[in-house]
Design a protein around this ligand. Structure first.
Ligand SMILES: NC(=O)c1ccc[n+]([C@@H]2O[C@H](COP(=O)([O-])OP(=O)(O)OC[C@H]3O[C@@H](n4cnc5c(N)ncnc54)[C@H](OP(=O)(O)O)[C@@H]3O)[C@@H](O)[C@H]2O)c1
Length: 395
């Protein structure tokens, strides 16, 4: 039995992970579950999966969880706060950790899992965007196994030879081709995009996801964050990463080799496939996903992204090329801008403007070799700048 800790178990990736784990009870034991505020759902999951530990980032929610579980035989130990999440990520009984907290809030727990030498199933892409050097150093030093959960990066991982960490050029890779569904506004005009509502932005045509990543998918910032994530995961620069819009989301990404060969990973768009892949790797087992029916699908379309209508993708490529603190500032200002958009405080095009203005007013800082406290302080300052831009209505 392999012990698994699921960080962010009440979210979209968390639920898919529990679904896959539930299909293999002879192989996995759920050791710990975490959430932020959703004590009701976490209590339900505790009754179903009977973990030894449950943690909530919000201390009041942790108290509510404790009272919801009162009287349960074999109730889990309840931990609270960011330290509780870090403790869960490093539990010796859980050699596998699903890192599925959304946003910068996932950095400390994801890093704790990496430092503890776990098999880290990384969905929390923001951790790599914010602290790629620190995170990859922690993986190398502890001997952790880093397996990507983003369907695109999982696809690339599957299409690369095992020795890819020696360098992509050494293994003959010419380009990484990241596919993007294009989001719900792929074919909308600039005028239509200007009037997008939060409900429209959260209704993704193909993938069912949390609200933050749904908005990121609609702005194409999600693809931009994934470009930066790919650079860290596969040890390359952005010049070797190309984004291709593929509305059917059937080809999850591709690797183009120097000899002209292009390897793709395909399947139905369901996150249980990359989750099952990373749990079973290097073996394969059932994920619950229906087999792909190519004849029913009929066709696969590809087109170039339009950075004019979707400036977030351009901003992310610029941040990736600039390096230093730019990706961290991009991520922090985007999180602030997306939250403001969901609360009706900025319009949809305002998200890109907040990010662009925050980047322009944040002096570049070298981040390689810096510690977590330094990065968290930079993140805090970028958030304050973004909040001020929104509050003064200057975007
Ligand atoms: N959804 C997808 O299909 C998908 C695909 C690829 C990658 N990802 C990545 O996976 C991550 C999770 O995405 P998601 O769509 O599953 O998000 P989600 O549905 O919004 O779930 C987020 C999870 O994180 C918890 N959480 C939120 N804020 C937190 C905080 N401050 N401290 C601790 N925990 C917190 C939530 O708990 P509560 O329920 O209590 O709020 C929930 O369990 C993101 O980084 C995303 O980019 C997602």
């Amino acid at each position: 039995m392999i012990g698994v800790a699921v960080l962010g178990s009440t979210g979209s990736i968390g639920l898919s992970t529990l679904d896959v784990l539930g299909r293999h009870p002879e192989r996995f034991q759920v050791v710990a579950l975490t959430a932020n505020r959703n004590a009701e759902l976490l209590a339900e999951q505790c009754r179903c999966y009977r973990p030894a530990v449950a943690a909530m980032a919000d201390p009041a929610a942790a108290r509510r969880l404790q009272s919801l579980l009162a009287g349960m035989s074999g109730a889990p130990e309840v931990l609270a706060g960011i330290e509780g999440l870090e403790q869960v990520a490093a539990l010796p009984q859980a050699p596998y950790v699903m890192a599925a907290i959304v946003g910068a809030a996932g950095l400390r727990p994801s890093l704790a899992a990496a430092r503890a030498g776990k098999r880290v199933l990384l969905a929390n892409k923001e951790a790599l965007v914010m602290a790629g050097a620190l995170f990859m150093d922690a993986v190398a030093e502890s001997g952790a196994e880093l397996l990507p959960i983003d369907s695109e990066h999982n696809a690339i991982f599957q299409c690369l030879p095992t020795g890819f960490r020696a360098g992509l050029a050494q293994v003959g890779v010419a380009q990484i081709l990241l596919t993007a569904s294009g989001g719900p506004f792929r074919d909308w005009s600039v005028e239509q995009i200007a009037a997008v509502t939060p409900e429209q932005a959260c209704a993704h045509p193909v993938w069912s996801m949390g609200r933050k990543i749904s908005v990121d998918s609609a702005t194409l910032m999600n693809k931009g964050l994934e470009v930066i994530e790919a650079c860290w995961l596969f040890g390359t620069g952005p010049e070797r990463v190309t984004v291709v819009v593929h509305p059917q989301s059937t080809v999850h990404s591709l690797v183009q080799y120097k000899d002209g060969s292009v390897l793709a990973e395909m399947g139905n768009p369901d996150m249980r496939t990359p989750i099952a892949h990373a749990l079973a790797w290097p073996e394969r087992f059932d994920s619950g996903v229906a087999p792909l029916d190519l004849v029913a699908l009929g066709r696969l379309d590809f087109q170039a992204p339009d950075p004019g209508r979707f400036p977030c993708l351009r901003l992310a490529f610029e941040a990736a090329r600039a390096g230093d603190s730019a990706p961290l500032v991009l991520n922090a200002s985007n999180e602030v801008a997306v939250a403001a958009f969901l609360e009706g405080r900025v319009g949809f095009p305002g998200i890109a403007r907040v990010v662009e203005e925050t980047l322009a007013s944040s002096p570049a800082q070298a981040v390689v070799g810096q510690d977590l406290a330094f990065l968290i302080d930079l993140d805090r300052r970028a958030r304050a700048t973004a909040e001020q831009l929104i509050a003064t209505g200057s975007v």
